[in-house]
Design a protein around this ligand. Structure first.
Ligand code: G3H
Ligand code: ZN
Length: 285
């Protein structure tokens, strides 16, 4: 059934575990995330990024309506989250489109402007009952900036600044920069666990890890043990999808029916989802 992100995060925090939040671009992503979660009996978040909405000519509803329909029929709790929102117009569509939470992304702005923009987004989101996440200390790799294809250590979130930011903005959760980077295709990120420990001690809101596709399993479990409560994964699904399609079409260049390779792509994503949930300890026994 459809549930709320706030509820899943609260439960994960109480259990000392994390909830996995997967970026979905197509209906096959949505189906694979839910099938993978069902296969290991774990709750899950489906997240749609502003970039995914741009890919659909700026239309949120076609994918959102499909995601709600799949979530409502799921055997496990599924929540919908709007990810990396910069546009206020998109932010305001979230409640009617079935989203219980948003990540408002003003991390590209200088501190004071990030705080002002986030504060306004939080004030509005809370009038709608939305759970809202924001980011401090820009996590690299988004929109190819920086780096395009290699992992760079990137920025870090300062614990003192983070404490003020959370208190002054009123956010429900904070995305922190601790060494992960978006869109990595190798799992070679090295996390700053000492910094995570300081952030976790300084803040009383759940912490969110972005760019988790590039984080090795042992680093991921250590991050959850160190206080990460929401883990965002996107690229890992696209690696699975594209790899399956590439393999099939290399073998069968004469194929034309998309169902032949989309079935394999969906299965490959389902396996990635199930594996990730097991690594995170989200799966119920
Ligand atoms: O918000 C989305 C995540 O940070 C996904 O990052 O595609 O590098 O796994 P990723
Ligand atoms: Zn992200």
């Amino acid at each position: 059934p459809l549930t709320t992100t706030g509820d899943l995060v609260t439960r994960a925090a109480a259990a000392g575990s994390a909830v996995a939040s997967f970026n979905v671009i197509t209906l096959e992503h949505v189906e694979a995330v839910v099938a993978g979660a069902e296969s290991v009996c774990a709750p899950v978040v489906l997240q749609v990024s502003e970039n995914a909405v741009k890919f659909r000519a700026g239309q949120l509803l076609p994918l959102a309506r499909a995601a709600v329909a799949v979530a409502e029929r799921a055997a496990v709790p599924v929540a919908l989250h709007l990810d990396h929102v910069q546009s206020d117009a998109l932010l305001r569509q979230a409640p009617d489109a079935g989203f219980s939470s948003v990540m408002y992304d003003a991390a590209r702005l200088p501190y004071a402007e990030n705080l002002t923009a986030t504060r306004a987004a939080v004030d509005w989101a809370h009038t709608q009952g939305l759970w809202i996440e924001a980011e401090l200390g820009q996590i690299g790799g988004k929109n190819g900036r920086p780096p395009l294809d290699a992992h760079a250590p990137g920025a870090r979130t300062d614990p003192d600044e983070a404490r003020s930011f959370v208190a002054d903005s009123g956010v429900d959760a904070l995305a922190v920069a601790i060494g992960s980077s978006h869109a990595m295709t190798t799992r070679t990120a090295v996390l700053d666990h000492a910094l995570l420990k300081r952030l976790s001690a300084a803040l009383d809101v759940p912490l969110v890890l972005h760019g988790s596709s590039g984080v090795p399993d042992d680093e991921l479990t250590a991050a959850v043990a160190g206080g990460i409560t929401k883990v965002n994964i996107g690229t890992a699904l696209n690696i699975a999808l594209t790899g399956a399609v590439r393999d099939f079409l290399t073998e069968r260049p004469e194929a034309v029916d998309p169902r032949s390779y989309l079935t394999l792509a969906r299965e490959a994503m389902t396996r990635t989802v199930a594996r990730t949930l097991q690594t995170l300890g989200c799966a119920s026994a």
